[in-house]
Design a protein around this ligand. Structure first.
Ligand SMILES: [Cu+2]
Length: 96
């Protein structure tokens, strides 16, 4: 993440396959990987990386976090930064 976008901003995963998604905030502001429907649909192996509402991963400047998950079924999900979606900080996640 940087100001104000995800690089990349499109993600493609296969259902049933375990992933480590490595997130980096290389910007100077706080950013969030916010995807409520995605987080509802997947099984997160390290839920402590999620914020309390379990709908996002929050990263302070220069912070890195890894999300370990499996997506049990195919789907298509919206991704935003809850702070900067107004500025186009958006993407999408496809599970096939
Ligand atoms: Cu942001």
């Amino acid at each position: 993440m940087v100001e104000d976008r995800f690089i990349p901003n499109q993600f493609l995963f296969r259902h049933g396959v375990p992933y480590r998604l490595h997130l980096e905030n290389n910007g100077s502001e706080m950013h969030e990987f916010t995807a409520p429907e995605f987080f509802k649909a997947i099984v997160v192996k390290n839920p402590e990386v999620l914020e309390r509402e379990q709908n996002e991963v929050l990263l302070h400047p220069n912070e890195r976090k890894d999300l370990y998950f499996v997506a049990p079924k195919p789907g298509h999900y919206a991704l935003i930064c809850a702070d900067h979606d107004w500025d186009g900080m958006q993407g999408d996640i496809t599970v096939e």
